[in-house]
Design a protein around this ligand. Sequence first.
Ligand code: AVJ
Length: 320
Amino acid sequence: MNESVLKLNTHDPRDDHLLEEILSGLNQEQKELPCKLFYDKKGSELFDKITALPEYYPTRTEIEIIESNIEEISACIGKNSLLVELGSGSSIKIRLLLGGLKEISAYVPLDISYSHLIESTNALSKDFKQIKIIPLCVDYTKPFTFPDFDFEWGKIVVFYPGSTIGNFHPAYARKFLGNVAKRTGKGSGLLIGADLKKDKSVIENAYNDSRGVTAEFNLNILYRLNSEIGFNFDTDKWEHSAVYNEKEGRIEMHLVSLTAQNVSHNGTRIFFEKDESIITEYSYKYSLDEFEDLIKDYYRVQKVWVDSNRRFSLQYLSVI
Ligand code: AVJ
């Protein structure tokens, strides 16, 4: 077994209150389910398929930005840094980064899923034998402390790719990034991917692909609620919908009820009108100015890289 896996915090911090969260979301006026429910094994596979779709530009574009600017990115990260990734790096992005960086002190992936963390750590450590990898099993949205590392490092640089920040309401995103800044300290870095505002049709097509993979990804939530939580959703009576709300600057993913119907859980019934929807995800898009405004209380923008179509941005921010 890989030695670094032994250093894992073996407590799986997955939310014990998931059922309460689900039920309270389904009791709201506008019903809602947490988007973290997407990512079981099936959902993660579907997400990987999404990232390869011709319409889904974010992943491909961010990879292209990293590839074309690796020297500058590497210079921002600097030598001897502790590279901390929010979410464990199973993706090609962290591989590109680790392959292009000057000596870093260690790579520290944080992930809520213990098994995901072990898998990606094992895979990465085979290919990057010279890099110290210290996986930590934590819910990075909750307060946590880094262990006392028995080696020196220059500064902490947090890597937060994929425009995952776009899944939070802006007010929460601001608070969350503020907490990251407080935890890492003045002078630390944040290398973050943020999807940009652009033509509505480009955005909507990315979430309504012609092969229906995103629809399958969205509906997978209902299969999970049935098999893991004990709901009885009739999955044939639900439809995927994704619309760009221009005023709010966000994609809204919904599951739409095709008929009036009841769904029950443990004797509790939840009623849905025909055409009523459950919101499963927001994906906020920012202009560069809006994004700077979001982070300016905690960070200074040091560098912004965008693709030639100005669809996506990768930014290096430093904690002030
Ligand atoms: C990469 C997780 C931020 O909002 O684009 C893709 C997930 N949802 N298609 C995004 C997603 C539907 C996604 N994140």
